[in-house]
Design a protein around this ligand. Structure first.
Ligand SMILES: Cc1ncc(COP(=O)(O)O)c(C=O)c1O
Length: 374
C-alpha cells in the first residue's frame, strides 16, 4: 500500500463545484487584485476568528514581518521565538531588520516554553512571536502575562493551527495580531501561496493595508511599502474552503485519535500530547523516537514501506549551515528540547481525506518497526 503525506487532489475533488464556481466568479468579474472576492474573504476570515480585521497578504512569512513593521519593530530591536519552528518565523524577524532571540520549547508541546522567556528579555526586547506548532496553541495566557509585565508586543504565528484554541483562550484574542499561511499544505490552504493577518487594532489594520499595497490606500498616493497582496483567485478558493475548516479539523482529530490508540503501546516512540482543554488541530501528527539516533531508521523504514512520512523540522534554525548569515541572533539558555525535537521527530501522514485503512496501515508499519527495536 502507498500512503501519501498530502491529500490536495482528494480535497479538490470533494469541493470542486464550490471552488470552481468561485474561480469562475472572479474570472468573469474582471477584478483579480484587491477585488470584491478578496474583500469578501477578508470579512469571512475576520468573522471566523472573531477579530475586527483580517487582511490578505502574499504569504505567511510576509504576514509576520509586515506585522512587526506595522508595530514599528525593526533594526536594534529584539524579538523572542524558539528555534524548532519552520524557518520562516525567524526569517521574518530578520527581514524586518530585528534580532531573533531563541529560547527553548516546552518538551511536551514543542511550542515556546513561557518559563524560558523572561531570562531572554533585555531593554531591547520588543516582541514575542509564539508559534502554534503542529496545530496546538502555545500557552498564550502565560505569554500574555509576560508581555504585559514587560510591555512587549505579541504576534501569534498561526500558520499551522487555523481553528485551534487553548484552554480559556482563542487565537487572536491575547495578542496584537495573529498571522497565518495559506500555502497548499496548511489546514486552510490554497493552490499556491497566500497569507493573512488577523487583528483587533484599527491602527495595525490600516498600516498593513497600506504596506501590502506599495504604501498606498488611494490611487497615486504612496508612502514606503511593498507588494504583498492575496489575489482574488486565491481568495475565492479559500472562501470555498473556509466553510469546511472545522469539519476538516474534526477529521484530523479523528485520525490523530486513531493513530494514538493504535500506537499507544509502542515502547520506542513518544506520541503527540494534547493539553487538557486545548483543541489541537493536528496540522501535523509528529511522533518522536525515544532515541534520536534511531529517527532516520524509522523514517527510512516507513518510506520503504510506501508511507510518505517526513520530518518537521529535522534541522533547528540555529543548527542550519551558515547560521545566522550575518543577521543578528542570540540563543538564550540551552535549547536542548528544541534540538531533541529536531533530532527525533517523524511526521506521519495527516490530512482530512485520509482513509481508515491508510491510517491502520501506517500504524501497523510503525508498530512493526517498534517491535523490532531491542
Ligand atoms: C510556522 C510557520 N510560520 C511561517 C510560515 C510561512 O508561511 P509561507 O510559506 O506562507 O510564507 C510557515 C509555513 O510555510 C509555517 O509553518
Amino acid at each position: 500500500m502507498k500512503v501519501e503525506f498530502y491529500g490536495h487532489v482528494r480535497q479538490y475533488r470533494n469541493l470542486q463545484k464550490e471552488i470552481d464556481a468561485n474561480l469562475q466568479q472572479v474570472l468573469l468579474s474582471g477584478q483579480y487584485v484587491m477585488g470584491p472576492m478578496l474583500k469578501r474573504f477578508e470579512e469571512e476570515l475576520a468573522r471566523y476568528h472573531n477579530t475586527k480585521f483580517a487582511i490578505g497578504v502574499g504569504n505567511g512569512t510576509d504576514a509576520i514581518w509586515l506585522a512587526l513593521m506595522a508595530l514599528g519593530i525593526g533594526a536594534g530591536d529584539e524579538v523572542i521565538t524558539h528555534p524548532n519552528t519552520f524557518f520562516a518565523t525567524a526569517e521574518a524577524i530578520w527581514i524586518a531588520g530585528a534580532t531573533a532571540v531563541f529560547v527553548d520549547c516546552d518538551p511536551r508541546t514543542k511550542c515556546i516554553d513561557p518559563a524560558k522567556i523572561e531570562a531572554a528579555i533585555t531593554p531591547k526586547t520588543r516582541a514575542i512571536v509564539p508559534v502554534h506548532l503542529y496545530g496546538q496553541c502555545a500557552d498564550m495566557i502565560a505569554i500574555r502575562k509576560i508581555a504585559e509585565k514587560h510591555n512587549l508586543r505579541v504576534i501569534e504565528d498561526n500558520a499551522q493551527a487555523m481553528g485551534a484554541s487553548g484552554s480559556g483562550f482563542k487565537i487572536g484574542e491575547l495578542s496584537d495580531a495573529a498571522t497565518t499561511s495559506f500555502i497548499i499544505q496548511k489546514n486552510l490552504g490554497t493552490f499556491g501561496d497566500g497569507g493573512a493577518l488577523m487583528t483587533n487594532h484599527p491602527q495595525i489594520d490600516e498600516r498593513i493595508r497600506k504596506l501590502r499595497n506599495h504604501g498606498s490606500n488611494a490611487r497615486n498616493v504612496h508612502s514606503y511599502g511593498f507588494n504583498s497582496r492575496l489575489d482574488d483567485l486565491h481568495a475565492g478558493i479559500l472562501s470555498a474552503k473556509l466553510k469546511c475548516i472545522d469539519a476538516w479539523n474534526d477529521l484530523r482529530r479523528q485520525w490523530s485519535a486513531r493513530y494514538t490508540a493504535g500506537l499507544k503501546d509502542c515502547r520506542h516512540i513518544d506520541l503527540p500530547v494534547e493539553l487538557p482543554g486545548y483543541r489541537h488541530v493536528f496540522h501535523l501528527y509528529v511522533v518522536e523516537t525515544k532515541k534520536p539516533e534511531r529517527r532516520d531508521a524509522l523514517l527510512k523504514f516507513l518510506n520503504d514501506a510506501g508511507v510518505d512520512a517526513k520530518t518537521h523540522y529535522s534541522i533547528a534554525i540555529h543548527q542550519q549551515a551558515g547560521y545566522p548569515w550575518g543577521r543578528d541572533a542570540r540563543i538564550v539558555g540551552p535549547v536542548s528540547n528544541a534540538e531533541r525535537n529536531a533530532a527525533s521527530c517523524v511526521s506521519l501522514p495527516m490530512f482530512p481525506e485520509l482513509m481508515a485503512e491508510e491510517v491502520d496501515y501506517v500504524v501497523a508499519k510503525v508498530k512493526e518497526w517498534d517491535k523490532a527495536q531491542a
